[in-house]
Design a protein around this ligand. Structure first.
Ligand SMILES: *[C@@H]1O[C@H](CO)[C@@H](O)[C@H](O)[C@H]1NC(C)=O
Ligand SMILES: *[C@@H]1O[C@H](CO)[C@@H](O)[C@H](O)[C@H]1NC(C)=O
Ligand SMILES: *[C@@H]1O[C@H](CO)[C@@H](O)[C@H](O)[C@H]1NC(C)=O
Ligand SMILES: *[C@@H]1O[C@H](CO)[C@@H](O)[C@H](O)[C@H]1NC(C)=O
Ligand SMILES: *[C@@H]1O[C@H](CO)[C@@H](O)[C@H](O)[C@H]1NC(C)=O
Ligand SMILES: *[C@@H]1O[C@H](CO)[C@@H](O)[C@H](O)[C@H]1NC(C)=O
Ligand SMILES: *[C@@H]1O[C@H](CO)[C@@H](O)[C@H](O)[C@H]1NC(C)=O
Ligand SMILES: *[C@@H]1O[C@H](CO)[C@@H](O)[C@H](O)[C@H]1NC(C)=O
Ligand SMILES: *[C@@H]1O[C@H](CO)[C@@H](O)[C@H](O)[C@H]1NC(C)=O
Length: 295
């Protein structure tokens, strides 16, 4: 092997070690089914001699259902966790169809009061003819709402506003941005009482990760069969700014990492310093990428 190739191989080995070596605490499970569980998240207690919680704080404590290999926070299924400070969860669609009891839809809620749903990564969507939807955040005794409404004009051949066959462009389907800071949310769909649209049309409201919902006119004429969509939640550690957190005994950013509280409304994130990689929350800290240092 020539020197260049050897360096490349060494580089690959260092990278692999840094990326895989320090996901969970010793004695803790680092996966549940297909989902990786990086510290500060964890399930249960460590099986190593130093009995300790596998999660840093109660809000990062998850459970793995051994029979289904699915990961949960209370009853919410976790689909993916990223050390950049985001987590994907599965969230339900609010649906209103003909014959629903009292003309009322189910009102799905997401009770993770510690974490806000991501403003950048999600959209709030309402699908239907003559429907409107609310996205409510109920926090500390106050309710904050945003929403979306839909009309179809589907039977008017001379109409100007037409339903786009495959994109959510505002007729039959409405999508809006979500303001930052919404936590502990509920979603509700309604039908305008004066609607002349045929009753067999259902209406739907939901929060979905950008790009995860693909509109089709079938959802107006037939059914939207998906009962859930992935939703992105922002997570942070602690309740303090970096300045305060740094002088506390429970400061979470380990060796070769730094504290970042930009774009957080509570708490902070840890990031590896440049030239280092791995898990900045793990007691081993971030590891040097020696190949890069020598270059
Ligand atoms: C870790 O996984 C094993 C095997 O799936 C399971 O028996 C054990 O209870 C898990 N431990 C924790 C702390 O979740
Ligand atoms: C350890 O975790 C459990 C739940 O996983 C929690 O009830 C308990 O309070 C935690 N203990 C400490 C010391 O954090
Ligand atoms: C695991 O999932 C199965 C199937 O959904 C369910 O019957 C069981 O109660 C779950 N176990 C726990 C410990 O939640
Ligand atoms: C989880 O997220 C990471 C990065 O955000 C991505 O690379 C990976 O494909 C995702 N995994 C799944 C199963 O969605
Ligand atoms: C979360 O919302 C529920 C109602 O859906 C409310 O009862 C509860 O107090 C809220 N939690 C917080 C922390 O505000
Ligand atoms: C909740 O509201 C009360 C009264 O408005 C305020 O004093 C308190 O700081 C708030 N708590 C949080 C966690 O925002
Ligand atoms: C839907 O949007 C995509 C991407 O912007 C575009 O390529 C496509 O032509 C649009 N479809 C219709 C029916 O307008
Ligand atoms: C329904 O969910 C599947 C993945 O579970 C996804 O591939 C599909 O695009 C979703 N349907 C719609 C209409 O978004
Ligand atoms: C953050 O605040 C919550 C409730 O106010 C508390 O339960 C939790 O222990 C605090 N976490 C830290 C790291 O101080």
């Amino acid at each position: 092997m020539d020197l260049k190739l050897m360096l490349v191989v060494a580089f690959a080995l260092v990278r692999a070690a840094a990326a895989d070596g320090q996901v969970a605490l010793p004695g803790c499970n680092d996966t549940c089914g297909d989902v990786k569980i990086p510290y500060p998240f964890g399930t249960g207690m460590s099986s190593s001699k130093r009995q300790q919680n596998c999660s840093l704080e109660e809000k990062f404590s998850l459970t793995c259902n051994a029979s289904t290999s699915k990961l949960y926070r209370n009853t919410i299924e976790i689909l993916n966790i990223s050390l950049e400070g985001q987590m994907e969860v599965s969230f339900y669609v609010s649906r209103l169809c003909e014959g629903d009891r009292d003309g009322k839809a189910n009102d799905p809620y997401l009770r993770i009061p510690s974490f806000a749903i991501s403003s950048k990564e999600n959209k709030f969507i309402t699908v239907g003819c003559d429907n409107y939807g609310y996205l409510n955040s109920i926090y500390n005794g106050s309710t904050y709402s945003t929403g979306c409404l839909t009309r179809c004009y589907g039977n008017d051949p001379a109409g100007i506003l037409k339903i786009n066959e495959e994109n959510c462009t505002g007729v039959g389907c409405c999508q809006v941005d979500i303001p930052p800071g919404m936590k502990n949310i509920t979603v509700q769909v309604f039908r305008f009482p004066e609607s002349l649209e045929p009753m067999e049309n259902c209406g739907y409201s939901f929060v979905a990760k950008r790009g995860s919902y693909k509109f089709s006119t079938d959802h107006l004429k037939k059914y939207l069969t998906n009962e859930t969509f992935p939703l992105v939640v922002d997570w942070t550690v602690g309740n303090h700014t970096c300045e305060v957190a740094k002088s506390r005994h429970d400061y979470a950013c380990m060796t070769n990492s730094f504290c970042d509280d930009k774009d957080t409304d509570h708490g902070y994130r840890c990031r590896c310093q440049q030239g280092y990689e791995g898990n900045p929350y793990h007691p081993d800290g971030c590891r040097g990428n020696f190949f890069c240092l020598y270059m």
